[in-house]
Design a protein around this ligand. Structure first.
Ligand code: HEM
Length: 520
């Protein structure tokens, strides 16, 4: 009755206007139509991106500037597969006013990863996101040739000799960490655990035990605030006045000083026998022109390494454990493999032993295939760029991107591509014909340039290829090896988590698992 009364009263209020307004309304409508056609035409030409001659096809969109951001963001895999079917391996979509040229398949990967320096730049694409986090004078704040030298330093610091020393450290950290899962059986968030464990092991091995010892106090907060600067929006816009960016900038200064103070302290105490990267950077590294790496540069390289390895390795470990939880019979297989290599599950893990664990290796590889943490690799195009073998020319200032997950999960390259099957790698032929004349050295070690044509590139290829791969494999395999000794695992309510695409690194949503301790 109340609603009916209100409606009647509203009608009474509106009624006197209806006759008067109706004549005016028609006039208004005519005026709006007459003026809006040219206005819409002008807005359309200003706001909507026009396809240039020979440009790859542009995915249609309704809202100017926003472009396809919403549809792509909701389900990127569906989005890229849909338009790959419609347009083939090369097409453009508009993302917040920017042209993103998507390059798919192994040829598309090769086009992006092997793009010449003069044609496409990683620095121009990643600078606004990374320089405030990593700091000045390193990685994407310097000429590419300097980055190549800095990568050489880190690669040399991750020598087999140092990696050998890391295995017992990772084993001990992992055992200690999981001693807190002390019930006979319980439910836990596996990604929360791997994120905490990866920062503990990485800081102990790479950054130094002084950093590790501060992890539970001040350092954790600094890391958290700095990490808050790693937001997709900072890739798209420079220097946004966000509160999180203010915290990021303060955290960067604190972390730099934190590392530089440790360097100074070590120098004063004459400490030179550490196996961490801090030790290597501060004592062994000199540029080709004879200049020594400064403490500030060393500190910034350490921040870059921390950031490059943290989410990539923690999500990979989480996804690997989730996939194992979805096929619990693999736990016995992994334990069997360890008994074959080490003799028993009580023997300490070693570098040489970890290298022999091929099923463990294939579990990590298969997790990286299905859930590559770096979803897309981006470059900014510096001049109009033809795509070989097509009639397309990409306009200057566009972005080119390779979407690793699309070739990784394509039936054309991998049979039953959506199935987690670590054994597919036992005799997998990546079908890339590498010849010795393909060899190329960008400054941090020799690579096969043809490897960029592989459909499986979780660590990238070419001059920007990852130098953290050996450490990442060692770290993740050691954690898994300790974990399977301690626990059996199942998915909570048998539910395999979905992907969260809103973060820089694709993470599992609600990754709950049910563990059962083996040693209680
Ligand atoms: C580059 C993936 C761990 C340091 C890259 C790239 C990918 C990648 C795809 C190429 C980016 C591009 O071409 O734009 C991964 C994955 C990891 C991992 C999947 C773990 C599972 C690490 C770790 C470190 C590290 C642990 C350091 C210890 C670097 C560095 C680069 C790089 C320095 C070179 C950047 C450049 O040259 O532009 N990584 N990474 N990564 N990564 Fe990793």
């Amino acid at each position: 009755a109340y609603h009916a009364n209100v409606t009647v009263q509203n009608n009474k209020l509106i009624a006197p206007f209806v006759k008067e307004v109706s004549v005016n309304t028609i006039l208004y409508l005519c005026a709006i139509v007459t003026f809006s056609i040219p206005l819409l035409y002008i807005l359309n030409s200003i706001l909507y991106v026009k396809r240039k001659q020979n440009e790859p096809p542009i995915v249609p969109y309704w809202i100017p500037v926003i472009g396809s951001a919403i549809t792509m963001g909701m389900d990127p895999i569906k989005f890229y597969r849909k338009y790959q079917q419609e347009y083939g391996n090369y097409f453009t979509f508009i993302l917040l006013g920017k042209r993103m040229v998507t390059c798919l398949g192994s040829e598309g990967n090769n086009f992006v990863f092997n793009a010449k320096l003069a044609n496409a730049s990683a620095e121009a694409a990643y600078k606004s996101l990374t320089v405030p986090v990593f700091g000045k004078g390193v990685v994407y704040d310097v000429h590419n040739s300097v980055l190549m030298e800095q990568k050489k330093f880190v690669k040399a610091g991750l020598s087999n000799e140092n990696l050998r020393a890391y295995v017992p450290m990772i084993e001990m950290e992992t055992k200690n960490y999981f001693s807190r899962w002390n019930k006979q059986s319980d439910i836990q968030d596996v990604h929360k655990a791997t994120a905490e464990l990866i920062i503990m092991t990485a800081s102990k091995c790479l950054l130094g035990e002084e950093v590790r010892s501060k992890l539970d106090e001040s350092f954790a907060q600094i890391f958290h605030d700095l990490d808050g600067g790693f937001k997709p929006v900072n890739f798209l816009f420079e220097d946004l006045p966000l509160p999180s960016n203010k915290l990021r900038d303060q955290a960067h200064v604190k972390m730099r000083h934190f590392f530089m103070d440790i360097m100074k302290d070590r120098r004063e105490k004459g400490i030179t026998d550490r196996t961490d990267i801090m030790q290597y950077l501060t004592t062994h590294c000199q540029y080709k022109d004879g200049r020594k790496l400064s403490d500030e540069e060393s500190a910034h390289i350490m921040i870059a390494m921390l950031m490059a390895g943290q989410h990539t390795s923690s999500t990979t470990t989480a996804w690997a454990l989730l996939y194992l939880a979805s096929q619990p019979n693999l736990f016995n297989e992994l334990r069997k493999e360890q008994i074959e290599v080490f003799g028993s599950l009580d023997e300490p893990l070693t570098f040489d032993g970890i290298k022999k664990l091929t099923l463990h290796d294939n579990v990590v590889r298969e997790s990286l295939r299905l859930r590559p943490p770096i979803f897309n690799v981006i470059r900014k195009v510096l001049r109009d760029l033809p795509i070989p073998g097509t009639q397309y020319v990409i306009p200057k200032d566009s972005y080119i991107q390779s979407i690793l997950a699309i070739s990784h999960r394509s039936e054309g390259y991998f049979e039953n591509a959506e199935t987690f099957n670590p054994n597919r790698w036992v005799d997998f032929d990546q079908n890339v014909k590498e010849r010795d004349d393909d060899l190329v050295d960008y400054g941090f070690g020799v690579l096969h340039s043809a490897s960029a044509k592989s459909p499986f590139l979780p660590f990238g290829a070419g001059r920007h290829r990852c130098i953290g791969e050996p450490f990442a494999y060692l770290q993740i395999k050691t954690i898994i090896a300790v974990f399977v000794r301690m626990f059996d695992l199942e998915l909570y309510k048998n539910k395999f988590p979905e992907c969260d695409f809103t973060t820089m690194i694709v993470q599992p949503k609600d990754p709950l698992v049910q563990y059962t301790r083996r040693d209680n």
